[in-house]
Design a protein around this ligand. Structure first.
Ligand code: ZN
Length: 283
């Protein structure tokens, strides 16, 4: 499942081809993905100009000059690929349509945006731009970890008295938006906090240390184009490479990379998800 860095990588790849550009043709090849598409989606998109391409948590938000916002969720396996030659940078033609190309947007600059999703856990919806924060997919999300409203005081306050493991608390989208299993494992390893420790038992100093660690891991992952474990691709079809930088995630049985630690990365299952951590230096 793409997490925040993968979605931000896709957003950054799409922006030069979409922002400021009109959608000359929208082709919608099926009635639904995870949920039904909104009524007359192709008609509502055709002719609209994309004023801004933003992101909230794992959702890409295309603000249109029609007063609506197109909400895009990649789901488990969704890819958004850019073809054509909008900036004179690309040399490839539009690829032949593939089986799972569900939505195709042709932009006035010649770019073609293709949403391909083999497993169809992705989603698209249209909602009034001035009410996008109230959309059911977005209304209960916590602050953006790279935004200004996420800081040490906020996190200390939200974790105070919570009996759940710190791992579960950091995965709770109501507390922080956009963090998933991979990056929570990496953040806990960097801060030396055991995923098993109850949130209320992590000292304020250590909770505070999570904030810069979260920002650092996410920023490094975005710079690497995200992590490509299964389905993530950048908009040019390239793989992200942050998976080569993992210190704990998916490294069961390997030596802990923390300087001076002679531990071995272990794996446990918490709430049905694998937690990779070093039992020696994560306490
Ligand atoms: Zn260690």
């Amino acid at each position: 499942m793409p997490e925040l860095p993968e979605v931000e990588t896709v957003r950054r790849g799409l922006a030069p081809s979409m922002e400021g550009q009109r959608i000359t043709r929208a082709q919608v090849n099926r009635p639904d993905l995870r949920w039904p598409f909104p009524p007359r989606m192709a008609e509502r998109l055709t002719g609209a100009r994309v004023e801004r391409l933003g992101r909230r948590s794992k959702y890409i938000l295309a603000d249109l000059d029609t007063g609506e916002t197109l909400i895009i969720h990649l789901g488990m396996s969704g890819r958004m690929l850019v073809s054509g030659d909008p900036l004179g940078q690309f040399h490839h033609d539009h690829p032949a349509p593939e089986k799972h190309d569900h939505v195709v947007l042709d932009m006035e600059n010649g770019a073609r945006i293709t949403f391909n999703d083999a497993r169809r856990f992705g989603a698209m919806d249209l909602t009034p731009t001035d009410r996008v924060a109230q959309h059911p997919l977005l209304s209960s999300l916590g602050p953006e970890p790279l935004g200004n409203s996420f800081d040490e005081d906020y996190l200390i306050d939200r974790l105070k008295g919570r009996a759940m493991p710190i791992k579960s608390a950091l995965l709770d989208q109501k507390i922080i938006a956009g963090l998933g299993n991979i990056y929570v494992c990496e953040v806990l390893h960097r801060t030396g906090i055991s995923p098993l420790r109850k949130a209320r038992d992590v000292t304020s100093t250590r909770v505070a240390s999570l904030v810069p660690a979260i920002r650092e891991v996410l920023t490094e992952a975005i710079d690497a184009g995200g992590s490509s474990l299964r389905d993530h691709r950048q908009t040019d079809g390239e793989l992200g490479y942050f998976q080569h930088e993992f210190r704990a995630y998916d490294r069961e049985g390997e030596p802990c990379p923390t300087p001076g630690c002679d531990g071995i990365i272990g794996r446990i299952v918490q709430s049905g998800r694998s937690s990779f951590y070093c039992p020696t230096c994560q306490r």
